[in-house]
Design a protein around this ligand. Structure first.
Ligand SMILES: CN(C)c1ccc(C(=O)NN)cc1
Length: 330
């Protein structure tokens, strides 16, 4: 089997939302597919009314295939301090033509303000490794883990794009979606993430800097978070760029277009190039003169995060069979 669906960017590519069918008859919710976590949770009929602002709600009582897991609960918090919690059902979940008949659907009873204010986001679909799942008393499998045995190939791919819809596919690699070769790198799944090591970076037309950068491929994080030495080297090349403590990040003049940023993949010289315009993440004010940087520091996290700013420059294969990541330009 195979499947897949469109991934539509929200403002500034802060996140990408994908239609997911849940239950019988189908209830379609727009979920944030997140390789940095492993819970499939949704806004629901059980979500505190004061914490819902426009989201579509999954109502298990309207699904003939929903089965409550009595006594099961979940509770999750994310790197940005947001959180949610609730109870658990099993139901049929589909992404395009790919259907999992008994998927754990975690219904939110509480969500934090970051989710409440994100009115188009109806929940998250985690595609990290199973060890990160928060369901108690027994952890539940991800959609990918449940689907894998039936997939033509044990993979899913992320083809996110700047400002326009891209795609997540399951079970196959679309040869028309990328250019050149796919370079595969090893993954350390010991922390539950798609954790890999880049050999270094280059700024603009500059020489390649060999420096080990260990980090996770995380579709659920908006920015590219890198070691402070790399971030300082990048913004040090830009007149007027500075760390703004009020914004808690580097800001830069939106014009002229900043230099490209490339990160290495594998030991054969392959690299993914971020066009400089991807680093103009969003204007900080109404004048549009100053932009918030799409590359920021990873201090305090313990690893780099290759979020959407990086991923949208690449075609990425998440290989659950070999536990490798494949990176290609496009
Ligand atoms: C508040 N929202 C929509 C979030 C979505 C995803 C994440 C995240 O860290 N995913 N890896 C955090 C917050």
């Amino acid at each position: 089997s195979t499947g897949g669906a469109v991934a539509t960017p929200e403002d500034h590519d802060v996140e990408y939302l994908t239609p997911v069918s849940i239950g019988t008859p189908e209830q379609i919710l727009n979920l944030d597919i997140d390789t940095g976590s492993s819970d499939l949770w949704v806004f629901s009929s059980e979500t505190s009314r004061s914490e819902v602002k426009g989201q579509t709600l999954y109502d298990p009582s309207n699904s003939s295939t929903a089965q409550k897991l009595e006594g099961y609960t979940w509770s999750i918090s994310y790197g940005d301090g947001s959180s949610s919690a609730g109870e658990v059902y099993l139901d049929t979940v589909s992404i395009g033509a790919l259907t999992v008949s008994s998927q754990a659907v975690e219904v939110a009873q509480k969500v934090s303000s970051e989710f409440t204010s994100d009115s188009n986001n109806d929940g998250l679909l985690g595609l990290g490794f199973g060890s990160l799942n928060t369901v108690q008393p027994n952890a539940q499998k991800t959609f990918f883990d449940n689907a894998m045995p039936a997939l033509d190939s044990p993979v899913f791919t992320a083809d996110l794009k700047a400002g326009i819809p891209g795609r997540y596919n399951f079970g196959y690699i679309d040869p028309n979606a990328y250019t050149g070769n796919i370079t595969y790198v090893s993954v350390d799944d010991s922390q539950g993430f798609w954790d890999w090591t880049s050999p270094g970076y280059a700024i603009g037309s500059g020489s390649f800097e060999n420096t080990t950068i260990k980090g996770i491929a995380d579709t659920g994080t908006s920015l590219l978070l890198l070691p402070s030495s790399v971030v300082s080297a990048y913004y040090g090349k830009i007149s007027g760029a500075k760390y703004d403590s009020t914004q808690a990040g580097y800001v830069l003049p939106c014009s002229p277009t900043p230099p490209d940023f490339a990160f290495g993949v594998g030991d054969d010289g392959a690299a993914i190039v971020l066009p400089g315009k991807y680093i103009n993440y969003a204007p900080t004010g109404s004048s549009g003169t100053t932009c918030f940087g799409g590359i920021q520091g990873d201090s305090g996290i313990g690893f780099a995060i290759f979020g959407d700013v990086a991923l949208k420059a690449a075609f990425v294969v998440f290989d659950g069979g070999s536990k490798t990541l494949g990176w290609a330009s496009k």
